[in-house]
Design a protein around this ligand. Structure first.
Ligand code: 0PR
Length: 385
């Protein structure tokens, strides 16, 4: 750091030069991201709440009220009348809170010391971080031929040390929904905590279902579901960072409570201490601004784009890995290995990612990818074929 102060304009120029190195959502070239450009109104609200700290909610009662309202809005969307939870930094922190709640609950009420969590092979790597931090053993449940969790495999994986079962509503790689109703039943019968990771699908499945799409049940209407991750900074179009963790019962927060004697609240259940109120305010704003109708329109439009890309790919001759259930599409070149294929696309400016299970190019059709971008992409793909 230099000794003397520097003029604002010089600093800003320097920063904007570096910012130019970043890819831009608006260019439509970022094809593997679950985040997208936040709505301008959400960003405006975000800036107004930048100094609020929900780590000490007694000082920011209005913003705490906003967070509670957002949890209520999201919980109600997920068929839960009286939800508990927090707006956190993202899906990773939300999943970590869920697994911590499950571990602490099992420790307190069942005396489990060496806990295990059952996660599908398709689970996001955040569960591996959670297991590492919480000292839990991971037991992986296999996927079926349809790339969804194999229910028998879950049953077989249960042991006296199981503290949680996890299923996904909108898998990271393929956007598929696990058979959550069946797993909820198994979890409930065995009195095991059941967490649903709907970080990606939570802000689209409810709206698509209402619009007539036939999608499976994944929410709190299933009695076995104890918590759900839903991220506003993915399909919710809120600014980063905004993850959501919703719990069915207050006791899941209580088993994580740590004394915070000198704060305005005497216990804290979140992992983070000082934490942004801006994320809650921006999520509140964008949820009110869009309403169910607005989100429904976006979700349907993204599904139409997904089908448009699928048809375009199949017309050229590419192999689509599976019928898309949400707005993620995975495909392969008949002769070029996926990583080499991704490199070729990168040279043409397309930023795609490669799924591992199965290995394939994966495209997340977010709001910044317009039909015109897809047409350009298909033209390039036709040349490579
Ligand atoms: N759960 C699921 C199902 C996810 O897909 C993700 C992230 C998480 C949890 C974790 O969420 P956070 O990243 O908010 O903590 N899925 C994407 C991934 O890691 C996120 C992403 C976003 C990746 C933008 C790339 C990118 O450019 O693959």
């Amino acid at each position: 750091m230099q000794d003397e102060p520097i003029d604002k304009e010089i600093i800003l120029n320097e920063l904007m030069e570096l910012h130019k190195l970043d890819y831009n959502y608006a260019d439509g070239r970022i094809l593997g991201s679950m985040c997208t450009e936040a709505h301008p109104f959400a960003k405006e609200v975000y800036c107004k709440f930048l100094d609020t700290n929900l780590g000490d909610p007694g000082l920011f009662k209005g913003t705490k009220h906003i967070e509670n309202d957002v949890i209520k809005f999201i919980g109600n969307l997920l068929s839960l009348e009286k939800p508990y939870g927090n707006i956190v930094t993202g899906g990773t922190e939300a999943n970590l809170m869920a697994i911590r709640a499950a571990r602490n609950h099992a420790r307190k009420y069942k005396g489990i010391v060496d806990g295990e969590i059952i996660i599908p092979d398709s689970a996001h790597f955040s569960f591996k971080k959670a297991a590492d931090m919480l000292n839990l053993k991971i037991v992986e449940a296999e996927l079926g031929d349809d790339f969804r969790i194999n229910v028998e495999s879950v049953k077989n994986a249960i042991s006296e040390n199981t503290v949680a079962i996890v299923a996904i509503a909108g898998t990271t790689e393929l956007g598929l929904i696990d058979p959550i109703e069946e797993i909820s039943k198994i979890a409930h019968e065995n009195n095991i905590y059941f967490h649903v990771d709907a970080a990606f699908g939570g802000f689209s499945i409810p709206f698509l279902k209402e619009a007539g799409y036939e999608l499976p049940v994944f929410d709190f209407s299933l009695e076995g579901v104890c918590s759900i991750t839903v991220d506003p900074h993915k399909m919710g179009l809120a600014p980063i960072p905004a993850g959501g963790i919703i719990f069915r019962k207050k006791e899941y927060l209580q088993v994580m409570a740590i004394d915070s004697p000198y704060l305005t609240v005497k216990t804290q259940s979140t992992i983070v201490g000082t934490r942004l109120g801006a994320s809650s305010a921006a999520t509140y704003a964008i949820m009110k601004y869009f309403g169910k109708k607005g989100y429904s329109k976006i979700a349907q439009n993204l599904m139409e784009n997904t089908y448009f890309l699928k048809e375009g790919l199949e017309n050229i001759g590419y192999d689509v890995v599976c019928e898309p259930e949400l707005n993620i599409l995975a495909f392969n070149h008949p002769n070029i290995e996926a990583h080499d294929f991704a490199k070729k696309l990168d040279e043409l400016g397309w930023k795609v990612s490669v799924a591992k299970c199965p290995i394939a190019i994966r495209i997340v059709l977010m709001n910044h990818i317009k039909k015109s971008h897809l047409k350009e992409l298909l033209e390039d793909l036709e040349k490579i074929y």
